[in-house]
Ligand binder design. Structure first.
Ligand SMILES: [Zn+2]
Length: 484
């Protein structure tokens, strides 16, 4: 007896041949997909405890968000129209540095609810405080929220173990002076010892990796190429190998970063020995052709944080060129304060349309490719292509159902195009993760039960954080029709 039978859906399998079943079914037993095929055939072969009629719905693999910052969600909308380091120095770091353990849990619950409602079943959280990782008390609270939500999370423990070079420090100081009322955090206040932090992360992997019925993972995540030592980068890669996980860092995000360097970030990481199949690099906006070749050669993966890169004026990663070289690229929502949403479907549309406009070439991306970048390619990008990213027997049962019965989705003549160009995000009505229904009728029951006053709690927490971090004047800025 199977646990769950989803029938009559348009099933986008994302299997090897990218098969789409027009009247398809999926049989789920325990945590896994047991069978996929035409509804009538499966109906004759299987009995299930529960059946979901997916008529009028597209059924896809759960979306995988390859790069996220969760806690920042409580100050989103603050400091818009600021460039990267202005935003980091004057909004992000001051805010997260003032958050209590409870604030982090509220942020995690809010993020989970929003992310699941847009079809995200797995996310990689680049978990960084001011520059160091959060204490274990914060991790426990966040994991409790993710467990309540029922989604799959990778906790990429971020840290810094060296100061930025003096030129960069001057650059950051320049931005801090702009906002004297903000409670700033100097990067040197949050440095960690290389050996200690790697030992701490190893112990976290031993404690949490595979917890919550296998849904939770831990990775080592040197925060950003500029503020981690070669020893930390190598140590992180070695830990990833030892525990069969991945490692991730922020790389080549802005022209300013790259212009200052005597060698490109990619060349540097290559020389250090950090590039490789277990490395997922966030951003990679500023790349040379040579950098792209090195990424391809080493099978290094990329998280494309396009909406955040656009919002901060960083630029547009050369995704079509990366794909042409065979580099695996995943769509990611990145920072909830810069993006400012965890809406996967919106990010998928941007990932396609922005490249077409930039290159003045409508053939350069396709709806099918961006769906791959949110599912099977993203699974590969996080080292989970064997058990996530497609609807195939033996894979973990992570599925999204999109209701197509809306005026703006009618007629549905080419399902991949309908999903990428016409949805707005709210059409996701059912989500299954690890074989469990975690979104039903747009409701994340696990979060509603554990956090019944979530939105008012989040609003109250946000106000207090802003007060403590000195962000109130930024939030109450006068109307700015243009930048001064
Ligand atoms: Zn990031």
């Amino acid at each position: 007896m199977a646990d769950l039978f989803i029938k009559n859906g348009i099933v986008l399998t994302l299997n090897e041949t990218r098969e789409i079943l027009d009247d398809g079914g999926v049989v789920i037993t325990d945590r896994e997909i047991e069978a996929v095929g035409p509804t009538d055939q499966l109906e004759a072969e299987y009995d299930a405890d529960q059946t979901i009629d997916a008529s009028g719905h597209a059924v896809l693999p759960g979306f995988i968000d390859a790069h996220v910052h969760v806690s920042d969600i409580l100050v989103r909308g603050t400091g818009t129209s600021r460039e990267l380091y202005d935003w980091i120095q004057n909004v992000k770091r001051p805010a997260v540095n003032e958050m209590t353990d409870e604030d982090h849990e509220i942020a995690a619950a809010l993020f989970s609810q929003e992310a699941i409602q847009s079809g995200i079943t797995t996310f990689v959280e680049n978990a960084s405080g001011a520059a160091d990782g959060y204490p274990e008390s914060v991790i426990e609270r966040k994991f409790a929220a993710y467990e309540a939500a029922g989604m799959r999370n990778v906790y990429a423990y971020a840290f810094a173990d060296t100061e930025p070079d003096p030129e960069h420090a001057t650059f950051m100081e320049h931005f801090r002076r702009k906002e004297p009322e903000v409670t700033h955090v100097s990067p040197s206040e949050t440095l960690t010892d290389t050996d200690e932090i790697l030992a701490d992360i190893e112990s976290l992997i031993q404690t949490y990796h595979g917890s919550a019925a296998g849904r939770q993972s831990v990775w080592p995540a040197p925060y950003w190429t500029e503020i981690v030592t070669p020893e930390a980068l190598l140590g992180a890669y070695e830990l990833a190998e030892k525990y069969d996980v991945m490692t991730t860092t922020h790389t080549a995000e802005s022209v300013d970063d790259e212009a200052r360097r005597s060698q490109s970030s990619i060349e540097y990481l290559d020389n250090v020995g950090y590039l490789g199949e277990r490395t997922l690099l966030g951003h990679c906006v500023v790349l040379s052709e040579r950098d792209i070749r090195k990424l391809a050669l080493t099978d290094t993966k990329i998280a494309n944080n396009l909406k955040t890169n656009l919002a901060l004026g960083d630029g547009i990663a050369p995704v079509p060129q990366l794909i042409n070289y065979g580099v695996t690229v995943a769509v990611a929502t990145d920072n909830t304060t810069a993006n400012n949403a965890a809406n996967m479907l919106s990010n998928m549309a941007f990932a396609d349309l922005v490249q077409k406009g930039l290159h003045q070439d409508a053939t350069i991306m396709t709806a099918e490719k961006v769906i791959e970048m949110a599912t099977i390619d993203a699974a590969r990008a996080i080292g989970r292509e064997d058990d996530l990213g497609s609807i195939e027997p033996g894979k973990l049962a992570d599925l999204v159902m999109i209701d197509l019965d809306y005026p703006h989705l009618t007629p549905n003549l080419h399902t991949p195009s309908t999903i990428v160009y016409q949805t707005q995000g709210f059409e996701v009505d059912t989500v299954i993760c690890n074989g469990e229904i975690i979104l039903e009728d747009r409701t994340v029951h696990g979060i509603d039960e554990e956090y019944p006053e979530l939105r008012s709690d989040a609003a109250t927490a946000a106000e207090a954080i802003s007060e403590r971090a000195g962000l109130t004047s930024i939030q109450q800025r006068p109307w700015q029709s243009r930048y001064k």
